[in-house]
Design a protein around this ligand. Structure first.
Ligand code: CP
Ligand code: NVA
Length: 311
């Protein structure tokens, strides 16, 4: 079946079919191979990308900027200290103008509603580079990394340990439910993913045969192919730091916790940036089971694939 994603925005994987996500995964692998072979083309020549940032970023910004620029496109970085974005000027009006000057828009910030408004009023593809609710471009790179270690991701088990209600955990739950990857969220009940999204994912999982489990019990790590964690305190939630330390200290990913998978072949994943000594110990993230650095690199290949498919 041929898949066309021209003109599409990526706000959450909920809007994409399993076939469309698989198409992007295969394209990402092709793009990575081309890059390793030193093949550079000019596939974004004459195109422009507005990159809006309300929150900080290393990987996402660099992935979008280098992927677009090295193919001849012109990316423009705009932080909230550079432009009006919902301050003096409404987001709707900013979107209208950006849509007339740019081929596409990347947004990283707080509200999911902002990316929805950007889509509605700009008329060009919008890519969610992280909001409080979702981090979809990250999840594609995560599945790519899982497949690099284990071949097909279908039927494999990814266990997320940490703040189960955050943007990374939520995006993983959706993409896993769509692709038939078993997804186990291990967190204190206070930090469970929200019920609405969990119910949606359980419905999707019934179709893909994925098992979705939410539990506070780390013994659920038994048999997991990958153990994933993220910071305990996401951007914008700094006032929750003390509470998170208290709730999540028993969930630190250290070697003892990694060993609960029961297999030395299981891998460790982290979206980065990592706070070593909090959610993960240095020996694990820098150790032989870690694929965090490949995962970081894969952000670029997957983001290039998303832009190639949609522009
Ligand atoms: N993983 C990730 O999104 O990294 P940055 O915050 O550095 O973009
Ligand atoms: N959950 C983290 C992800 C960073 C890439 C945050 O939102 O800060």
């Amino acid at each position: 079946m041929s898949v066309s994603l021209k003109g599409r925005s990526l706000l959450t994987w909920l809007d994409f079919s399993p076939e469309e996500i698989r198409h992007l995964l295969e394209l990402s692998k092709k793009v990575k191979l081309q890059s390793k072979n030193g093949e550079v083309s000019r596939r974004f020549e004459g195109k422009t990308l507005a990159m809006l940032f309300e929150k900080r970023s290393t990987r996402t910004r660099c992935a979008f900027e280098t992927a677009f620029g090295e193919e001849g496109g012109h990316p423009v970085f705009l932080s909230t200290s550079d432009i009006q974005l919902g301050g003096k000027e409404s987001i709707e009006d900013t979107a209208r103008i950006l849509g007339r000057m740019f081929s596409a828009i990347q947004f990283r910030g707080f509200r999911q509603e902002t990316v929805e408004i950007l889509v509605k009023y700009s008329g060009v593809p919008v890519y969610n580079g992280l909001t409080d609710m979702y981090h979809p471009t990250q999840a594609l790179a995560d599945i790519m990394t899982l497949e690099e270690s284990f071949g097909s991701c279908q039927g494999k088990t990814l266990a997320f340990v940490g703040d189960g209600r955050n943007n990374v955990a939520r995006s993983l739950m959706v993409i896993c439910a769509k692709l038939g990857v078993n997804f186990t969220v291990i967190c204190p009940p206070e930090l469970n993913p929200d019920k609405d999204l969990t119910d949606k994912c359980l419905t999707l999982a019934a179709v893909s045969a994925a098992k979705i489990v939410v539990t506070p019990d780390t013994s659920a790590l038994a048999g997991a192919n990958a153990v994933y964690t993220d910071v305990w305190t996401s951007m914008g939630e700094e006032d929750k730091k003390e509470e998170r330390m208290r709730l999540l200290s028993p969930y630190q990913v250290n070697q003892k916790l990694m060993d609960k998978t029961g297999s030395g072949a299981s891998i460790f994943l982290h979206c980065l940036p990592a706070v070593k000594g909090e959610e993960v110990t240095q020996d694990v993230i820098d150790g032989p089971q870690s694929r965090a650095w490949d995962q970081g690199e894969n952000r670029k290949h997957t983001i290039k694939a998303i832009m190639l498919a949609t522009l």
